[in-house]
Design a protein around this ligand. Sequence first.
Ligand code: FCB
Length: 464
Amino acid sequence: MTNDRGQTGTSGQPAGVDFVWGASTSSYQIEGAAHVEGRGDSIWDRYCRELGKVQNGDTGDVACDHYHRFREDVALMRELGVNAYRFSIAWPRVLPRGRGAANEAGLQFYDRLIDALLAAGIEPWVCLYHWDLPQALSELGGWENRDIAGWFADYTALVARHYGDRVKRFATFNEPCVFTLFGYGLGWHAPGIADRAALHKAIHHVNLSHGAAVDVLRASVAGASIGAIHNRQPCYAATPAKEDAEAALRLAAYWNDAFPYPQHFACYPPTLLEAIEPYMEPGDLARIARPIDWFGLNHYSPHYIKADSNLIGATFGPPPDDVPRTPIGWPIVPAAFRDTLLDLHGRFGLPIYVLENGTASEDKLDAAGIVQDDGRIAYLQGYTGAMGEAIAAGADVRGYFVWSLLDNFEWTAGYTQRFGIVYVDYPTQRRIPKASARWYADMIGKERRQMVPVGNNVAAAAEG
Ligand code: FCB
């Protein structure tokens, strides 16, 4: 995959400049070991135990048992040839009650994981929060309580102190728009609240926590490279009706702007300001808008939005009939990914890392022990191709991480949706790289060979 200058890879970076190819996961979705070695409950442990919240009554109790099998998973990544692995730290594993006494066994787990990654030549990218809030803090109001900015800063300080000698890449939050809107506004995710005040408080307190964490990391980790991870995508109206067009604008403000705007521009989108203002104190926007080093993007597909009677007046509608979809109905529109990357570049001007992209598919292990996930390969080809187009058009994209390394616990869908490039046979916990894993490894290998400076490219020449 060379661009029109014929000298670069998908990354579009000048020959010799590193482009990061990685894989992403999150703690609750893969670790399991939910009740061992001192881990406290998270809001997702609780939510899963509520009847009817998660398909088939699935829980993250065992998940991929990564807590015990991480060495095998690191070895898989080494075979894939990824340069980086993005994972999250489970706050309740290192601080079982969210604050106060730390759990040594939990801290040591991430020590072992980080050391294994570094020994395999894979850079650890740590996300501080991927939705598993300690239950004990939820009982104090969770993201609705302004004190959480201090609790989050203390948790960040613990992480920085323990791992900052070996980890330099930190993300504060994964998809704050999703866990606030779904968890506090629409009642679809843990902790299952649907309340206007709760939603707007949560948005503001997550933003304050982000700013506080950036300050802690900057002060305590030499050479830290800090970002946040946002899910950003075009929000189209599902029909030509005026009310759907208005609903699309409303949803886009929550989805695309409620976090990046205060974090980068020290302002809330005008349509949200009135609802959030009652929870703001003087100086808050300056506390939130701390300089960061990169923009983390998660992107899967565009949204098609329609009006609704819920508290934001908008919900997700079906895509038009002629838009192709993944087996779980998510629209496949690589051009929207390209446009999102270019829009981000123009709007925020920061280096961009794509920290999630991928698809669920109906993967089956066949009699020969193979998972032939051609649909996923086609999706990844389309989306990495679109990224190449964005880079060729000037977007400063520095890395791409596939979601996900492993099939895992997909929130309210439980284990019914497989997003991994590695198949997990849950009864035996056997890992079987899918055809897409081989495709990804080949693509990374090819891209890397193309990026070695011309004239120095002995190995690439030898491999043809
Ligand atoms: C993202 C989440 C991730 C996973 C993928 C499919 O919104 O960050 O945990 O659920 O979607």
